[in-house]
Design a protein around this ligand. Structure first.
Ligand code: ADP
Ligand code: MG
Length: 149
């Protein structure tokens, strides 16, 4: 099976709750490798750019404000079926509808403070990884092998 890479963001609510380590354990237990990570304070302009796809949604302004409200932890996950596996670990967008044992069911309180972001397709993953880690070659492991991240 193909090895994929996907972008994950632990959102401000989960960073504040001090559960970065617990969420990282879930990635590791699911055989997803954290191959790059950085803690970032997003500006509103950064958050707007990242979520541009949602700019016409009624929740867009609140989403941008929330993402820029406190630090977020951003990581690239690598492994078999990384994109869909990460989405399974995350659970549904609305934590109230998320399956028991998923990150959102366990750590999130509401649809607007829902603990975690994950790319929804390989194509989106490539764009989102480049947004935060422009130096990583999304499709090649040679960068990782050389330690040049
Ligand atoms: P996901 O994060 O599961 O991929 P979307 O891409 O649809 O979900 O939405 C991006 C983010 O926008 C969600 O994670 C959530 O924080 C916020 N959001 C989505 N739908 C709503 C909504 N109906 N009300 C408030 N916030 C929302
Ligand atoms: Mg999405």
């Amino acid at each position: 099976m193909a090895i994929e890479r996907t972008l994950s963001i632990i959102k401000p609510d989960a960073v504040k709750k001090n559960v970065i380590g617990q969420i990282y354990s879930r990635f590791e237990n699911a055989r997803l490798k954290i191959i790059a990570a950085r803690m970032v304070c997003l500006s509103c302009a950064d958050a707007e750019k990242f979520y541009l796809l949602h700019k016409d949604q009624p929740f867009f302004r609140d989403l941008v404000k929330f993402m820029a409200s406190d630090p977020v932890m951003v990581q690239v996950l690598e492994g078999e079926r990384a994109v869909s596996k990460n989405r399974e670990l995350m659970g549904a967008t609305d934590p109230k509808k998320a399956e028991k044992g998923t990150i959102r069911a366990d750590f999130a309180v509401s649809i607007d403070c829902n603990a975690i972001h994950g790319s929804d397709s390989l194509k989106t993953a490539a764009v989102e990884i480049a947004f935060f880690f422009p130096q990583i070659d999304v499709y090649s492991q040679s960068v990782v092998a050389s330690g040049n991240i």
